[in-house]
Design a protein. Structure first.
Length: 201
């Protein structure tokens, strides 16, 4: 038969167990909130940088290597010394409606310039990035998490944005926006390809 002290001991043990579980849950929630707040702070910082970087770069500007991370969060330095062909940087964001509309153009650009250019994607947001890359069949290297210095050096404002940089790091051309209208025509002539364009709705 249980004595009152045994009952008290069991009750205390149950209470302690429940308090421990509750504390662990609170700790997990707290860590989750801190991670979310950190991501939000980074997003706000990037947004502030983007508002300061809207002016277009001059053709011939010498650009530095880009510091970013790949889809597995590994730090990368994207330099021009590793290639003998010009680099096409396609700047986008998974939340950008025009980037979605431009997806087929990008596929045609990737196919039509293979071997003549190195195509790299630069996402200004990591939220939903892997799903976006998968859904739009982006079959070329994608990077995100650009440093503030890289964002400012390249003046990466709105998306989509396409830059062509020579093997010695000089800006050769830049198109801001989706591949439609005069931009589409210019790009077709520049790359020697035919683009499907976008429906401007």
């Amino acid at each position: 038969m249980d004595t009152s002290s045994d009952i008290h001991g069991k009750t205390t043990s149950i209470v302690r167990s429940r308090l421990l579980v509750f504390t662990i849950i609170l700790l997990i929630v707290s860590v989750g909130l801190n991670v979310a707040l950190a991501r939000r702070a980074i997003a706000l910082k990037n947004a502030l940088l983007l508002t300061k970087s809207e002016a277009a770069l001059a053709i011939g500007t010498v650009l530095p290597p880009i510091e970013a991370v790949d889809l597995n969060h590994n730090p990368q330095i994207l330099s021009f010394s590793s290639t003998s062909v010009p680099t096409i940087y396609y700047v986008f964001s998974p939340q950008c409606g025009w980037c979605v509309k431009n997806a087929r153009n990008l596929q045609v650009l990737a196919e039509g310039t293979k071997g003549r250019y190195r195509l790299l994607g630069l996402s200004l947001s990591s939220v939903g990035l892997k799903e976006f890359v998968r859904d739009h069949e982006m079959q070329f290297p994608i990077y995100t998490g650009l440093t503030a210095n890289s964002v400012l050096a390249y003046r990466l404002g709105g998306t989509p944005n396409t830059l062509v940089v020579s093997a010695d790091g000089k800006l050769l051309h830049q198109w801001k926006g989706a591949y439609a209208g005069s931009s589409k025509k210019e790009m077709e002539e520049y790359f020697g390809i035919t683009l499907p364009g976008v429906e401007e709705k």
